[in-house]
Design a protein around this ligand. Structure first.
Ligand SMILES: C[S@@+](CC[C@H](N)C(=O)[O-])C[C@H]1O[C@@H](n2cnc3c(N)ncnc32)[C@H](O)[C@@H]1O
Length: 190
């Protein structure tokens, strides 16, 4: 039967927590796979905020949302996820149920546009504050591209340094795959 895939595992963690009517954030919209997944979970009453710094990625996410979840409230934000705290309306602060990150570059688009440690860590700090209790952050981490290993190490350290009384942090990874397989870091707010 095989183990659950990396993305499937991240989605399972979110499915168990994100409820209709809630708000969620896709920190790296790309082609919108996670955005649509989150939009399905929150239903027509909830909302999703999706960030990307590439216009072509947001266009792709917009097209996917129009096709797959036309009735959902999805706000596309053409700005860095480092600005997450300022970009998310105040009334959702402390009430966000899920934040997804999918690091690295977007296949089929500009491969030189990658997530970077400084902005990623800034966004993760904001995400941890924006979450409600029981809310979850999932981070799919890639280390195979130039710069990926440095970012992965920074994110590992960030997660390991979270105070135990405020957060639970874990990893899900395959340990015998070739070529730097991606892995998930997940954080739940207590
Ligand atoms: C691996 S892709 C995401 C894939 C996406 N989850 C999907 O379903 O297709 C990473 C995305 O992060 C975006 N990105 C890079 N730096 C960013 C930043 N500082 N803020 C927001 N998005 C960023 C890239 O433009 C790229 O589209």
């Amino acid at each position: 039967m095989g183990f659950v895939s990396i993305l499937g595992f991240a989605h399972q963690l979110i499915e168990a927590r994100l409820k209709p009517g809630e708000a969620a954030i896709d920190a790296t919209a790309g082609n919108g796979v996670d955005t649509v997944f989150l939009a399905r979970q929150v239903g027509a009453e909830g909302c999703v905020y999706a960030f990307d710094i590439q216009e072509s990625a947001l266009a792709s996410t917009a097209a996917r949302c129009a096709r797959e979840v036309p009735d959902r409230q999805v706000e596309l934000l053409h700005r860095s996820h480092a600005e997450m705290a300022a970009a998310i309306p105040e009334h959702w602060h402390g009430r966000i149920a899920a934040v997804t990150f999918n690091l690295g570059y977007l296949p089929g688009h500009d491969h030189s546009t990658i997530t970077l440690p400084d902005s990623t860590l800034q966004a993760l700090d904001s995400a941890a504050k924006l979450l409600r209790r029981g809310g979850v952050i999932t981070i799919v981490v890639y280390s195979g591209h130039p710069g990926g290993e440095t970012e992965a190490a920074a994110v590992d350290r960030w997660a390991a340094g979270l105070p135990q009384d405020g957060y639970q942090a874990m990893t899900y990874r395959f340990v015998n795959q070739r070529n730097h397989p991606p892995y998930v870091i997940a954080v739940e707010k207590r």
